[in-house]
Design a protein around this ligand. Sequence first.
Ligand code: HEM
Length: 286
Amino acid sequence: MLLLLFVALPFILIFLLSKCKNGGKNTLPPGPIGLPFIGNLHQYDTLNPHLYFLKLSKKYGKIFSFKLASAQVVVVSSAKLAKENVLVAGSDTSAAATVWAMTALIKNPKAIKKVQTEIRKSVGKRGIVNEEDVQNMPYLKAVIKEIFRLYPPSPILVPRESMEKTILEGYEIQPGTIVHVNAWAIGRDPEIWENPEEFIPERFLNSDIDYKGQDFELLPFGAGRRGCPGIALGVASMELALSNLLYAFDWELPYGVKKEDIDTNVRPGITMHKKNELCLIPKNYL
Ligand code: HEM
């Protein structure tokens, strides 16, 4: 009995500790209690997940959570929440990309000068950059592509499941295998990109490579039927936000901070956000 307790104790402790994360405050939606390590895997109905989800949503509500081994799953079963989810997918990604753009530009004074000159020459003293202006800014567009290459806001695409047996690089991939595509790694692949770790927007000036899912070297929005349906809105929001920030202000580093001090560490999560806040000082241009 004592031996059993001795063996079980670490598992019980890990389980209790995982429950106590966030100071005991549960920020997840409600859901069935799982077992240590396997979570709710033993209850999951792989053949009819939609029926299993329906059963749980009747018990726990339109948004509930459960665990499949170490993976935390959240299920949404209401039109209102699905809509909210889509909006979060849209605003979060564009905002993350805009912060990455400002980060890369402040670390590259030549590039920020060049893009600001392009924007200010084109807009003059009108006071605001609009959607039509942006269409005549090839360098700004190249900057945005370079940001998507180096800092894709969704670095791992939506997981795919193979439907039939496939051969990839000589390996047999069985039906039902989950496949993850790492868009971040593709964007930094030295077999595709020259000096892949460097921020060089010029590489896109005389190149046909685009981010719309046709060129597999650059997949910030994924590709195929699961590709992002919000490309146009995402790009337009980013172009407008970034161009207006660069147009209206000159940006300086806080006193005593060097551009080398600005880090590019990443916060954990589905969307790749800059971990530490980017702190810059705006000086009015107009
Ligand atoms: C810079 C902005 C954005 C980026 C980088 C981005 C990126 C992505 C990526 C990589 C995927 C997965 C595609 C795949 O696996 O093939 C995706 C899916 C999705 N995106 Fe975006 N997105 C952005 C903006 C938006 C906007 C503005 C909306 C909606 C208003 C949106 C809605 C969605 C939805 C609903 C999906 C899921 C599609 C599915 O699973 O079938 N995204 N996005």
